[in-house]
Design a binder for this molecule. Structure first.
Ligand SMILES: Cc1cc2nc3c(=O)[nH]c(=O)nc-3n(C[C@H](O)[C@H](O)[C@H](O)COP(=O)(O)O)c2cc1C
Length: 353
């Protein structure tokens, strides 16, 4: 019997754990069909943004009227409504079409900053046929008066509000930048989240020293980004009712297997698919199955969380002891060797006279 690689994510049965994360990958129906044919198990549409929704419904962005002189500057930094790939109405129409084009689950994505009226759009996504909604509450808190508690309460409220609107499941896509991430995860689980998606990439602006300007940077990821995800999947596995998905840095079948060993029910991919095309899903699926056969695992349930904090023989691997040990070993041995290699040929410096 070949290994069973099916999984359940957000209560949805998936043929395998590998799915397309929120991105333009679902913008064209022919790509969506290719993804499904290659074995992509579910697909998340690109996000519908709070700013788009409120611009269309109230003419405002974050309660600011673009015609009001005092806000005109700030509001002008957001895209004009016609600069988004799809208007809110067109997004619903597109969702409906994607849903009709494929059999795999189709997940709509809402992206915003605060638990306000725009979240009611979740109901429209549900009515358009979404199998689930991924909620991405992404705010960069620059106001020193805003407390961590307030940010977390807003997030919890957003989850509870959306949950109250819907019959379909919701996943919450999070950044890792919370002081006590485990506590927040449990609170969101209690507020009704059906899944957590770890982690949003935090897009940091770069500085251009030639033009003395700040510019946004969006680069495709690689496997180095995966480790943070593995750590938190492993810490949370078995401690929440909701499912867990990995997003960020899954580039190869080995990365995908690691995410499942850490505790992921589903593994989202964007950068690798943009780089290699839809057929990368076939590779992911085939290599997972071969690896499970070789390791004699009958089902994905046997693999998931096998190297999580709850199940590892060495829990200190996830905690401070490991941090201290690693820094200590590294600095005493490798750093010294690296220093020696770099400086062995140095000419003795003549001190300036
Ligand atoms: C071009 C592009 C567009 C994206 N658009 C969205 C989006 O609309 N909503 C969202 O939540 N994430 C979006 N993301 C983030 C991805 O869903 C994903 O979390 C991130 O790229 C990390 O996964 P990866 O390492 O597999 O690329 C986008 C990423 C890329 C590269």
């Amino acid at each position: 019997m070949p290994s069973d690689i099916s999984t359940t994510y957000l209560g949805l049965k998936l043929s395998n754990p590998f799915m397309a994360g929120a991105s333009p990958l679902a913008d064209h129906l022919d790509t969506v069909r290719k993804l499904e044919d290659a074995g992509c198990a579910a697909i998340v549409l690109h996000s519908l943004f709070e700013e788009q929704i409120t611009q269309a419904t109230t003419g405002r962005i974050h309660q600011m009227d673009p015609l009001d002189q005092q806000f005109a500057g700030i509001v002008s930094y957001f895209p004009q409504s016609d600069a988004y790939p799809l208007s809110p109405d067109a997004y619903l129409e597109h969702l409906h079409r994607v849903k009709a084009a494929v059999k795999i689950p189709v997940i709509g994505s809402l992206n915003g900053t605060a638990p306000e009226d725009w979240l009611k759009s979740a109901r429209l996504l549900e009515a358009a046929g979404a199998d689930a909604i991924e909620l991405n509450i992404y705010a960069v808190i620059t106001d020193p008066n805003e407390s961590a508690l307030n940010v977390e309460n807003n997030l919890r409220q957003a989850v509870a509000d959306v949950k109250a609107e819907l019959k379909i499941p919701i996943a919450v896509k999070l950044t890792p930048f919370f002081t006590a991430f485990g506590h927040l995860a449990r609170e969101l689980d209690r507020a009704g989240a059906d899944g957590l998606v770890l982690f949003n990439r935090f897009l940091q602006p770069d500085i251009d020293i030639r033009h003395m300007a700040i510019w946004p940077r969006l680069e495709l990821s690689d496997s180095t980004e995966l480790l943070l995800r593995l750590q938190w999947l492993a810490i949370l596995h078995g401690r929440l009712h909701c499912s867990l998905a990995a997003t960020g840095g899954v580039a190869s079948p080995t990365d995908g297997i690691k995410a499942i060993l850490a505790g992921a029910h589903a593994v989202q991919m964007v950068s690798a698919i943009l780089r290699h095309g839809a057929s990368h899903f076939s590779l992911m699926r085939n290599e997972l199955r071969q690896w499970m056969d070789a390791q004699q695992f009958g089902s994905l349930d046997e693999v998931r969380g096998r190297l999580s904090l709850a199940r590892t023989a060495d829990p200190s691997a996830f905690e401070r002891a490991q941090y201290v040990r690693t820094l200590n070993d590294w600095s005493t041995l490798i750093a010294y060797q690296a220093y020696q290699r770099t400086h062995d040929d140095d000419d003795p410096q003549t001190p300036p006279s």
